[in-house]
Design a protein around this ligand. Structure first.
Ligand code: ADP
Ligand code: MG
Length: 292
């Protein structure tokens, strides 16, 4: 699971168009850290600063104040440090398939490894490995990205980042616009990368369901600030506070709440359907629902 801190921000702030009438402070004083192998979900209302924040983690945006540390070293210390950070911290943008531009899927996935200066053999190994991680069939590699369905185009774009074998994989709303099958498939691919490579995953999402089950930790942004940061159980216990931010609880957590209101002695830390089932079975067997 989780080890030492790999990436960390210290009081990070960013203002767009500073000094113009369009000035807008997007994030303010964000201190955050993620550990090796950790799976972190980032949630927050539209405009709360999530995308701005994550673009600092690989040096794409420069902080107006504060620092980004990768293994304790400031990634903005030099051009070289920023370049190295970009290979170690892989960022998948929102709707990344719009950035596919090569004539074949293979070339698109190979773009990152080539850019890293890897030779043809190593690049090919990386491309095939990345394609396997995202369950992209081999025969699609020689197709044009535009021949693929939306779901596979998304996978190809994710593979392009995975091919750099980032130690930290960051994805900005990776499932937006995918159908349920495409969504679940992609989330499983990301889980596999996290588990098999021991990579840190930071995933921005609108869906509580997506992170309830798999995240070690959830970070909540509101109006440019990191306002909550903890284990899913601790975050979901604050249903009212989340609701005030325009964020809902996972469906299963709401069902559990309803059942508790009806007198079913289910515990408070239940926010997946599986946990409801286990709780109900325990109650039926006379063990009680672990109510608290
Ligand atoms: N390139 C930009 N120029 C000016 N303002 C921006 C830019 N990108 C984002 N913003 C503003 O910064 C705030 C945070 O945006 P963003 O980081 O995209 O939030 P989120 O990803 O949570 O929706 C919003 O008010 C948004 O309008
Ligand atoms: Mg965003």
């Amino acid at each position: 699971m989780s080890g030492e801190v790999i990436i960390k921000t210290e009081r990070l702030s960013h203002t767009y168009s500073a000094g113009t009438p369009f000035e807008r402070t997007a994030i303010r004083g964000v201190s955050f850290e993620a550990r090796h192998g950790e799976y972190v979900g980032i949630i927050g209302h539209t405009g709360s600063g999530k995308s701005t924040f994550i673009q600092h983690l690989n040096g794409l945006l420069k902080p107006e104040a504060g620092r980004v540390l990768l293994d304790g070293a400031d990634i903005n210390e030099s051009k070289d440090a920023r370049r190295r950070a970009r290979f170690r911290v892989g960022l998948v943008f929102q709707f990344p398939e719009y950035q596919l531009f090569e004539e074949t899927v293979y070339k698109d996935i190979a773009f990152g490894p080539r850019n890293m200066g890897l030779g043809a053999d190593e690049t090919e190994a990386r491309v095939r490995e990345a394609a396997r991680f995202v369950a992209l069939p081999e025969d699609m590699l020689e197709k044009s990205p535009f021949e693929l369905s939306g779901g596979y185009r998304r996978r190809a774009a994710v593979a392009g980042v995975i091919a750099m074998r980032p130690e930290v994989l960051i994805l900005d709303e990776p499932t937006a616009g995918l159908d349920p099958r495409g969504r679940d498939g992609l989330l499983e691919n990301i889980d596999a990368y996290n588990a098999e490579r021991g990579a840190t995953v930071i995933i921005v999402t609108h869906s509580m369901e997506e992170v309830a089950r798999r995240a070690d930790r959830i970070a909540v942004f509101e109006d440019g600030e990191l306002v909550m940061n903890g284990a899913p159980a601790d975050i979901f216990r604050e249903g009212e506070r989340l609701q005030k931010m325009g964020l809902g609880l996972p469906k299963a957590a709401r069902i559990a709440e309803r059942l508790r209101a009806l007198g079913v002695p289910l515990g408070r830390d239940i926010f997946t359907i599986d946990a409801i089932r286990d709780g109900l079975i325990a109650i039926k067997n006379g063990g009680g629902g672990n109510a608290s």
